[in-house]
Ligand binder design. Structure first.
Ligand SMILES: CC(C)(COP(=O)(O)OP(=O)(O)OC[C@H]1O[C@@H](n2cnc3c(N)ncnc32)[C@H](O)[C@@H]1OP(=O)(O)O)[C@@H](O)C(=O)NCCC(=O)NCCSC(=O)CCC(=O)c1ccccc1C(=O)O
Length: 302
């Protein structure tokens, strides 16, 4: 499926990105993190279990998403799974313990539900996240694509929730956000019947943004990423925060207000507060506002 692009970006896209693996200390074991600015690619790398996540995977995803957030050269994040059989099959059922998931990376072996922290990190990310889905996106893996900003799927993609079949449930983004996206009746069907749906149905429901042949998925995702990376980063961060604020209560308000604070810090008025404190004097906001207005008037006359 293709959409019209503005003339500015209608020229053929450059060749596929030259991904460079980024090393970490200690190294990531379950996740690959690569960059090809302006893109970063985060890959769940557990194809033997359809990219199911365990606590170690979630720890690695936390590291990778924070690295992408903090790298000014990265503008758009592609989030995918290794291979073409699955994006992610949810929580690794072999790591499921009493009251959560546990493995050797769990502090004091304590079970956790740390995928919820990843949802928040992805929602708060001031950069666009594109889920790039081939194969299964089920259970907690389905929720990861839901929490991403956009989803591009291969024609072999399969979507669904399995919780009520395997004794699990997500009453957070996995249910309420899903219902916002596809509507209450469909969301209840997804959870209450645990059916799996092909990419064509997901597209018709507005659950995903595009479907492409599986062998075109990586290139198409990179093309979408580059197209988005040409946009104003501040405008993208603000529109994401604004859409999240509608659903995320005071946490969402905090994200949107954080963007206002970031812009305020760039003003002479904001800097005067910091400078006055550092110089141990009273701030003179009136003076800096007047100076700023005078500068703006002078620029307007040029
Ligand atoms: C996805 C399937 C429908 C695919 O079926 P099929 O193609 O026939 O492949 P299989 O032969 O079943 O699978 C191949 C291989 O992978 C293993 N595997 C697949 N999924 C998982 C998994 N989730 N965990 C562990 N292992 C998995 C499978 O055993 C095979 O291994 P072999 O050695 O080759 O036998 C099908 O695979 C399937 O239904 N998978 C299970 C899906 C599932 O149950 N997912 C978990 C749902 S619950 C969840 O995601 C937890 C959510 C959660 O984590 C959470 C929720 C709320 C709050 C907090 C949290 C939190 O933090 O965890």
């Amino acid at each position: 499926m293709s959409h019209a692009r503005l003339p500015l970006v209608q020229a053929p896209f450059p060749p596929p990105p030259a991904w460079a693996a980024v090393p970490f200390t200690p190294p990531l074991t379950d996740v690959l993190y690569e960059t090809a600015p302006p893109l970063a690619r985060i890959t769940i790398n557990r194809p033997g279990v359809h990219n199911a996540f365990r606590p170690t995977t979630l720890r690695d995803l936390d590291t990778a998403f924070r690295a992408a957030r903090d790298d000014p050269a990265v503008r758009v994040i592609l989030f995918t799974g290794a291979g073409t059989a699955a994006f992610c099959s949810g929580g690794d059922q072999s790591a499921r313990a009493h009251g959560g998931y546990a493995d050797e990376s769990s502090p004091a072996g304590a079970p956790s539900l740390s995928v919820l922290d990843l949802h928040i990190l992805m929602r708060r990310m001031p950069k666009v996240i594109i889920a790039v889905v081939a194969g299964y996106a089920v259970g907690g893996g389905h929720i990861l694509h839901l929490v991403a900003d956009l989803t591009i799927a291969a024609d072999n993609a399969v979507f669904g929730q399995v919780g009520p079949r395997v004794g699990s449930v997500d009453g957070g983004y996995g249910s309420a956000h899903l219902a916002r996206i596809i509507g209450q009746k469909r969301a209840r069907e997804v959870w209450m019947m645990c059916r799996l749906y092909p990419a064509s149905t997901a597209l018709a429901w507005g659950l995903i943004n595009a479907v492409v042949p599986v062998d075109r998925l990586a290139d198409e995702a990179a093309a979408w990423g580059r197209e988005i990376a040409a946009m104003s980063p501040t405008a993208l961060a603000v529109v994401k925060a604004a859409m999240n604020a509608d659903e995320d209560g005071q946490g969402g308000q905090s994200q949107l207000a954080g963007e206002a604070t970031r812009l305020f810090y760039m003003t002479a008025e904001g800097k005067e507060g910091r400078n006055a404190f550092m110089e141990k004097r009273r701030p003179d906001f009136g003076r800096v506002l007047e100076e700023e207005s005078a500068r703006a008037r002078a620029r307007a006359k040029l």
